[in-house]
Design a binder for this molecule. Structure first.
Ligand SMILES: Nc1ncnc2c1ncn2[C@@H]1O[C@H](COP(=O)(O)OP(=O)(O)OP(=O)(O)O)[C@@H](O)[C@H]1O
Ligand SMILES: [Mg+2]
Length: 263
């Protein structure tokens, strides 16, 4: 286990207060407050369109019209110093089909760590990232000839290149078979446990929630819960996180109705 004694215990990897995002005519995130602790896997769960990708874009600093407070690794989100400390895999990963796995990684490594002097270090990072995602046997395969699951592991390898402190993964397991999903979740846990990295992972598959240390449950731009899976199940008297989520949705809907009628 990593020792975090040098880091102020009260400072989480990500801290949001009154986080609001407007996209087009709509307020897509509404005054969210939450914390993502260091060295753990936090799941961001909620139905399609609830704002998961928007929240992740805000954290990595690529989202416009963000208001409120959003601190990431001790800096305001989007701070240039965060660039090499965050690994981000978007929902539609960008991998070049006409390059091999290794060439794809060489390309991104050169952006992260440019210059001829860094060549040996880059090669080392590329090889390690390929090993991490278990694609050594496919290092010289064109990305265009990989399966869907292999392609998503290439994107993950890109995100792992700089040995980031924070990994932001937007639905990394969507469309993968159960075996690959399990393997990827094992890899996420290894990254958290052995490197002390913080992972923020979105999904709309509720069974994946059970594999997270903490959960942010969202619905329609609002946060329904920020808790551990155990605490969520206990609090709602549910057997699964999915049942807990549905319980919280019903509760929020009922509260909304009460607000309407007492207005
Ligand atoms: N450019 C835009 N202009 C206006 N609204 C947008 C824009 N982009 C996204 N939205 C809206 O913002 C909301 C949140 O989108 P977001 O992509 O964050 O959801 P999500 O939870 O990631 O969904 P999914 O699970 O389908 O990926 C959606 O309702 C979407 O319609
Ligand atoms: Mg999304």
């Amino acid at each position: 286990m990593m020792n975090y004694s040098s880091r102020p215990a009260e400072e989480p990897a990500v801290r949001a207060r009154d986080l609001t995002v407007v996209r087009g005519p709509r307020t897509v995130l509404r005054g969210l407050g939450f914390s993502v602790p260091h060295g753990q896997i936090t799941g961001l769960l909620g139905p399609s369109g609830c704002g998961k990708s928007t929240l992740m874009r805000a954290v990595v600093g690529t989202q416009a019209k963000v208001t409120g407070t959003l601190d990431v690794l001790g800096h305001p989100a989007g701070h240039p110093g965060l660039r090499t400390r965050i690994g981000y895999v978007t929902q539609a990963p960008s991998v070049y089909d006409d390059l091999t796995v290794r060439q794809n990684l060489d390309y991104f490594a050169a952006i992260l760590d440019p210059g001829r002097a860094a060549a040996a270090r880059r090669a080392e990072h590329v090889t390690r990232a390929i090993t991490d995602v278990d694609l050594t046997g496919h290092a010289d395969t064109l990305a265009g000839n990989l399966s869907g699951g292999q392609r998503s592991r290439v994107s993950l390898a890109v995100a792992l290149l700089g040995t980031p402190d924070l990994l932001v993964l937007d639905e990394p397991t969507v469309g993968l078979d159960p075996v690959l999903r399990r393997d990827l979740w094992q890899l996420f846990h290894t990254i958290a446990a052995e490197r002390g990295a913080t992972l923020l992972i979105s999904s709309h598959v509720m069974d994946e929630a059970e594999r997270c240390h903490r959960l942010l449950l969202m619905r329609a731009g609002e946060l329904l819960a920020d808790d551990t899976p155990d605490a969520l199940r206990d609090r709602t008297g549910s057997d699964t996180v999915e049942a807990a989520f549905l319980h919280l949705v019903d509760e929020a809907t009922a509260a909304g109705r009460t607000k309407e009628t007492t207005r």
